[in-house]
Design a protein around this ligand. Structure first.
Ligand code: CP
Ligand code: NVA
Length: 343
């Protein structure tokens, strides 16, 4: 006790940094929606992704000492493993919490969880049913939050997908990107990403399974900025005509499995088969976020064709997420002014 008191008394206060000399705490950026990235930031992120993909050894250890926690309310193969492998190769560590048995906020409030996590952990990755849970965590936590899929969006996947397109076509403002199927989380993030890169985007869904109007409004506002052209349709043939890339996703997403039979009948005309692909450009790529339901939204002939890039997309999940982690954990803060700075 004496020793402690002596030390306290003799510690010259003048040697401690006065508050005004402490570094300004940078407001944490989050990736909850594609909308959190300004169009120019997406292209910067793609440049960083290219560097990470080409020269992974140059980035080994850049996130040493950083810790990531992942709470997943739904199953995952790609998202979980690419985040874990990506963080490991950057020198950071990961804690995975299997949240499939109960919702994240079933035991205590998100507010309390967030204020615990921010004391221990540098970044939070969530896969949830409710998009609001990701938004609230981002609001409350003083560390970055990444949406690893919610019912509204899947931004990491859409970024990997447009990065894959960038590798194939370079200038994304010149491509026609078509999506056919459910107006789900993938469709939303792809619409926002396509609008952000200035592409022509055609989306066809059954009338009753259309896009969220708030997302469409957001995408239109981005398109005004980037000169993207957006077409929201119900006819899959119109959407695919002349496309450079044709994308589809599960007809019944996670959480909707019990509707699979009912949806199969409604979505049958939206199956991506050889006849539908014939309407796209001859070089048109086939894309899918996976997992695929072969024989439902896509035939074996199409997904196994030479034009299918589904495994390139899966590979690029690793590279894009490494870039997202480097960016959000400080590796690129100075080079990524916030979206408001671009408005
Ligand atoms: N595409 C994708 O997010 O796959 P997982 O559900 O396996 O993570
Ligand atoms: N729309 C799908 C995407 C899976 C990666 C789902 O939410 O299940």
């Amino acid at each position: 006790m004496e020793c402690y008191e002596t030390q306290m008394r003799t510690e010259p206060m003048a040697l401690m940094n006065p508050p005004h000399l402490l570094p300004e705490p940078a407001a944490p950026r989050d990736l909850v929606s594609i909308h959190d990235l300004a169009p120019a930031e997406i292209l910067s992120l793609f440049n960083l992704t290219t560097m990470l993909k080409q020269r992974p050894a140059d980035f080994r250890g850049v996130l040493a000492g950083k810790q990531m926690v992942m709470f997943f309310e739904k199953p995952s193969l790609r998202t979980r493993l690419t985040f874990e492998a990506g963080m490991d190769s950057l020198g950071g560590s990961t804690f995975f919490v299997d949240q499939t048995a109960s919702r994240l906020n079933a035991r205590e409030s998100l507010y309390d969880i967030a204020h615990n996590l921010e004391r221990w952990i540098d970044i939070i990755v969530l896969r949830t049913f409710s998009h609001t849970v990701v938004e609230e965590m981002a609001t409350y936590a003083g560390v970055p939050v990444i949406n690893a899929l919610s019912e509204l969006e899947h931004p990491c996947q859409a970024l990997a997908d447009f990065f894959t397109l960038h590798e194939h076509f370079s200038d994304l403002s010149k491509i026609h990107f078509a999506y056919v199927g459910d107006g789900n989380n993938m469709a939303h993030s792809l619409l926002l990403a396509g609008a952000s890169v200035g592409a022509k985007v055609s989306i066809a869904t059954p009338e009753a399974y259309g896009l969220n109007p708030v997302i469409v409004t957001m995408a239109k506002a981005i398109a005004d900025e980037t000169r993207a052209s957006l077409r929201i349709l119900t006819d899959p043939r119109k959407a695919v005509a002349g496309a450079d890339a044709v994308y589809t996703d599960a007809w019944a997403s996670m959480g909707h499995e019990q509707e699979a039979a009912e949806r199969a009948a409604i979505f049958a005309p939206y199956q991506v088969n050889a006849a539908l692909m014939q309407l796209a450009k001859p070089h048109a790529l086939f894309m899918h976020c996976l997992p695929a339901h072969r024989g439902c939204e896509v035939t074996d002939q199409v997904i196994d064709s030479v034009n299918s890039v589904v495994f390139d997309q899966a590979e690029n999940r690793l590279h894009i997420q490494k870039a997202i982690l480097v960016w959000l954990l400080g590796g690129g803060v100075g080079r990524f002014p916030s979206r408001s700075a671009h408005a």
